[in-house]
Design a protein around this ligand. Structure first.
Ligand SMILES: [Zn+2]
Length: 236
C-alpha cells in the first residue's frame, strides 16, 4: 500500500446567518449598487461594474481544480432521490454553461451512484451527512495528494430537502471547488457564495452570477500564467 501525504481543505459553509436587512430582499442580482461610481463602458471595465468585493462579489481561495479537469460527480448509493439529483443537476449544468463562457476548460460530469466515497483524481462524492460545526448545512472536503491527485467529498445535511435549496447549495459548493470563498456579508442574490436564509432555504441564487464567473476566471487565469482575460481588482 502506498501512502501519500495529503492536504485536506475543509470548507464549512452556509451557516444560518439570518439577514433582516430590508434592502437584501429587493436587490436584484447584478443591479449596480446605489452610490456606485460609473466606471466607463463595459469594454473598458476590467471587472463587471456591479461587483464589489465583500458586497456583491466574493474572494478567491488558493485552490481549485486544475485547468482541464473533467470532474466526475458521484452520489453515494441511496442517499438522494431522483428529484433531489435533478435539483443538483440544474446547478451542475448552470456551472458548466458558465465555465464554457470563461474558458476554464473545467467541466463537471454526473456519473451515477457508488457504494463508497470515490478517491480517484478529479472526483466529487456527494453524500448525506452532518457537516462539522454548528448550524452548517453543507461542507466540501477537498483532498490534494502529494502525487497530484485531487478529489473532494461534499456533505449535504439531512435538513436540506427543499429542491430549490438543494440547487442553491450545490451551486454554492461547486463554487468552493472552483476557488470561491464564502461571502456571508454579500447581499443575497448577488453571488452563489452568500449565506442561506435558513436550514431548508437557499440563498436565492441558482446559477453563478456575473461576479462569480469573473472571480473564477481570474483564479484560473492566475494559475495557468496565461494572459489574464480578467484582472481581479477591488473597485473603490
Ligand atoms: Zn460555503
Amino acid at each position: 500500500m502506498r501512502l501519500f501525504l495529503y492536504s485536506l481543505f475543509v470548507v464549512s459553509c452556509l451557516s444560518l446567518l439570518l439577514w433582516t436587512r430590508p434592502t437584501a430582499a429587493v436587490a436584484a442580482a447584478e443591479s449596480p449598487l446605489p452610490g456606485a461610481t460609473s466606471g466607463g463602458d463595459a469594454a473598458s471595465t476590467p471587472m463587471p461594474k456591479q461587483c464589489r468585493l465583500g458586497k456583491t462579489s466574493t474572494q478567491i481561495l488558493g485552490w481549485r481544480w486544475k485547468p482541464g479537469t473533467r470532474v466526475r460527480i458521484y452520489y453515494l448509493k441511496n442517499n438522494f432521490s431522483e428529484a433531489e439529483k435533478e435539483a443538483f443537476s440544474r446547478a451542475i449544468n448552470n456551472w458548466n454553461k458558465a465555465l464554457k463562457e470563461i474558458d476554464s476548460r473545467v467541466v463537471f460530469m454526473i456519473d451515477g451512484e457508488r457504494e463508497g466515497a470515490v478517491e480517484t483524481d478529479g472526483s466529487i462524492t456527494v453524500l448525506r451527512g452532518i457537516p462539522k460545526g454548528k448550524d452548517q448545512v453543507g461542507q466540501l472536503r477537498f483532498f490534494s495528494l502529494s502525487n497530484g491527485v485531487m478529489y473532494a467529498t461534499m456533505i449535504i445535511s439531512p435538513d436540506v430537502t427543499d429542491l430549490n435549496a438543494l440547487t442553491s447549495l450545490m451551486t454554492h459548493e461547486i463554487g468552493h471547488s472552483l476557488g470561491l470563498a464564502d461571502c456571508y456579508e454579500c447581499k443575497r442574490g448577488t453571488t452563489a457564495m452568500a449565506a442561506f436564509k435558513g436550514s431548508n432555504k437557499g440563498n436565492d441564487v441558482y446559477e453563478p452570477s456575473e461576479c462569480d464567473k469573473y472571480v473564477v476566471a481570474a483564479g484560473f487565469a492566475n494559475e495557468t500564467g496565461a494572459q489574464a482575460r480578467v484582472v481581479l481588482t477591488e473597485q473603490k
